[in-house]
Design a protein around this ligand. Structure first.
Ligand code: XMP
Length: 513
């Protein structure tokens, strides 16, 4: 296994992700915890020093244990990690005017090509991402330069004898397009065979959860979304019936959704699931409300009240499980304001842990969405479930602009089910990030058979996206749209007109409210 010593970079988790992609097992540990005793017990086959915000020229700034350089395993230093390495091995690092560099840079090779750089410099230069205030002005004894950039003469250095490598840039980020190759070379040189899998991650997380929770009880707000589902399945595997899930049914779910989610977790996977059917409460409070923000706030508040009510009945619960992913962790650290905050405060039942005095169990905190899906498959969740489109916390309420009525919700459920059925039948479901029907607050005149109709109009929505922050409408064929509109109008009583929403985001949002 590989040890990543974290010096505090925002992107340290990306290093771990790159290594997991290469099927190498790694753990991240903050530098404060990494003593030489720790290293000997961990017994890493290789070590990576992450980047970090500090300056090695500042007294008291983070260091690696000095003896680690005599431990005899390959070490890769990145950015701050590179500087620590140089500094501790006898090189010089300078800070101050004119040495900072942020953003894209181009590295070119020196004459000698080394194994660590195989697959690099095929086109002479490599684009890399720099983000540093200090720079190395003199490399440590034993090191040689193998790559340079205009502002970083020591962009890539190595001591081949000891298998120490140091790079000034961040190979783990997207903006270093060929960065993964460096990690690939490094782990190959360190002798990893790349046979570690998500299955192993699962076993390790099960152990970690058991250690954290002991014999205490955990509650989880199960939404039916991928994240909370995978978190619940994993925690259940670790602690069985010490976990109780609460599925809050606000009456704003899609057709058969409550039955499917509760059925799968309760009957198929044997989890303890409380189906909190609070339809009357939610629809009652929403009656007569047509302002989008008011609707959202009502739902958000009731959701927390309801969850708390059911959780209070579970005696001795000390932990709250959440499906927080790594991108949520970064976002909540890096940004305040913006649309993602609202999304998460709902999704993560924000504020509840403090209010109820609960500790958090967040077994997906290190993972990215696609890794969560892989883990879900590993845990035996069906593919059809794992690949499901996202569904917002406020549910159909925000797909029913204006006032919500039971009538409209019923119509919407039927239309949505047909639309999704059409998309699946045409094999398009997995190409689309999210697709749904919105029922519009207008009625229009139509003619069916020999009679006049006066029914609701609906809008179909389908978008492609990577993260939901930006989106483009999906370019359905006219045949698909025609066929789907015909089915919806013929099969759903209450709709006599169908439109397709071709707004991208921005300027639109994905949902209608
Ligand atoms: P918008 O409409 O803002 O949506 O473009 C972006 C993504 O977020 C989902 N969404 C929500 N998810 N609680 C959630 O859990 C919410 O309040 C919420 N609002 C929007 C939306 O479905 C899309 O995937």
């Amino acid at each position: 296994r590989l040890l990543i010593i974290d010096f505090g970079s925002q992107v340290t988790q990306l290093i771990a992700r790159r290594l997991r992609e290469l099927n190498v097992y790694c753990e991240i540990h903050p530098y404060q915890n990494v003593t030489m005793d720790f290293v000997r017990e961990f017994a890493p086959k290789a070590v990576i020093f992450s980047g970090g915000p500090d300056s090695v020229t500042r007294e008291g700034s983070p260091r690696a244990p000095q003896e680690i350089f005599d431990y005899g395993v390959p070490i890769l230093g990145i950015c701050y990690g590179q500087q620590v390495m140089m500094h501790q091995l006898g090189g010089t690092v300078q800070s101050g005017h004119g040495t900072a560099e942020f953003g894209r840079a181009y590295v070119t090779p020196t004459e000698e090509r080394i194994d660590m750089l195989s697959g690099w410099f095929l086109d002479q230069t490599e684009q890399v991402w720099m983000s540093h205030g200090d720079h190395v002005s003199e490399i440590a004894p034993g090191f040689k330069v193998y790559g340079t950039s205009p502002n970083a003469p020591f962009a890539i250095t190595a001591d081949l004898e000891r298998n120490f490598y140091a790079v000034q840039f961040h190979p783990e980020v997207h903006h270093t397009p060929n960065g993964k190759t460096l990690y690939e070379n490094f782990v190959r040189l360190a002798g990893f065979s790349g046979d570690w899998t998500m299955g192993a991650y699962r076993e390790q997380m099960v152990e970690t959860i058991r250690e954290q929770v002991g014999d205490k009880k955990v509650i989880c707000a199960l939404s039916g979304g991928v994240d909370s589902s995978v978190a619940a399945a994993l925690i259940h595997e670790a602690i069985g019936d010490q976990l109780t899930c609460v599925f809050v049914d606000h009456g704003l779910l899609r057709k058969n959704e409550a039955e499917e989610v509760v059925g799968m977790f309760r009957d198929h996977m044997n989890l303890q699931v409380i189906h909190a059917d609070e339809t009357e409460l939610f629809l009652g409070e929403l009656e007569g409300q047509s302002d989008p923000e008011t609707k959202r706030k009502i739902i958000g508040k009731l959701f927390i009240d309801v969850f708390q009510k059911y959780a209070d009945q579970i005696e001795g619960a000390e932990f709250l499980a959440q499906g927080t992913l790594y991108p949520d962790v970064i976002e909540s650290v890096s940004f305040s304001g913006g649309p993602s905050v609202t999304i998460k405060s709902h999704h993560n039942v924000g504020g509840l842990p403090e209010k109820m005095g609960l500790k958090l169990v967040e077994p997906l905190r290190e993972l990215f969405k696609d890794e969560v899906r892989a883990l879900g498959r590993e845990l035996g969740l069906p593919d059809s479930f794992i690949g499901r489109h996202p569904f917002p916390g406020p549910g159909l309420a925000i797909r029913c602009p204006g006032e919500i009525t039971r009538d409209k919700l019923d119509i919407l459920r039927e239309a949505d089910a047909i639309y999704i059925d059409q998309i699946r039948k045409h094999g398009l479901y997995d190409e689309i990030w999210q697709a749904f029907v919105a029922i519009l607050p207008v009625r229009t005149v139509g003619v069916m058979g020999d009679g006049r109709t006066y029914d609701y109009a609906c809008a179909l929505r389908a978008v492609t996206s990577v993260d939901g922050m930006t989106a483009d409408y999906y370019p359905f064929s006219h045949e698909f749209l025609g066929e789907t509109a015909t089915r919806i109008i013929n099969e759903v009583k209450g709709i006599n007109r169908c439109t397709y929403d071709i707004t991208s985001k921005p300027p639109g949002t994905i949902e209608w409210e």
